[in-house]
Design a protein. Structure first.
Length: 145
């Protein structure tokens, strides 16, 4: 199979068909080999809990989404085995939340990805570490580019 030349464009197109990513409003802002930046625009009417803060599940969904894109950036199809997330600061305003990831370990069967989540003021709101199971390979995406 011929490898793609523009990996970020290919991955954006690939996830453009993912109904969870599109219906949830997750944006793929940047992709490089072994890392990614995803974001979501927080809407208090849609994403806040009964106490007036962004629901942790919204932030966890954003975190889990960056994991798949990060794996794909090196040609790996991955599934989450473990996700440990530390909520550092409450999100209590509308605005953009972004998450920046990077691969810490890429083995034959597992991958470890770490990330930080930021609000619009570039303040860390959460950190996480995840172990991913490598379930397949996107042969058309090079492992290094």
């Amino acid at each position: 199979m011929e490898q793609v030349k523009d990996v970020p464009a290919y991955i954006r197109k690939m996830y453009g068909y993912n109904s969870f990513v599109t219906s949830f409003g997750i944006n793929i802002d940047a992709i490089s080999c072994g890392s990614a930046v995803l974001s979501i625009n927080i809407d208090p009417l849609k994403h806040f809990d009964h106490r007036g803060f962004c629901h942790g599940g919204v932030l966890t969904a954003l975190a889990d989404s960056v994991l798949s894109v990060t794996g794909a950036s090196v040609g790996a199809a991955v599934a989450t085995l473990n996700l440990s997330m530390n909520f550092i600061r409450k999100v209590h305003n509308a605005g953009r939340i972004s998450v920046k990831s990077r691969i810490r370990h890429h083995g034959r069967t597992t991958m470890v990805i770490e990330a930080e989540m930021f609000d619009e003021e570039n303040t860390v709101v959460a950190t996480f570490l995840s172990t991913m199971l490598v379930v397949g390979r996107f042969e058309e995406i090079p492992a290094k580019w």
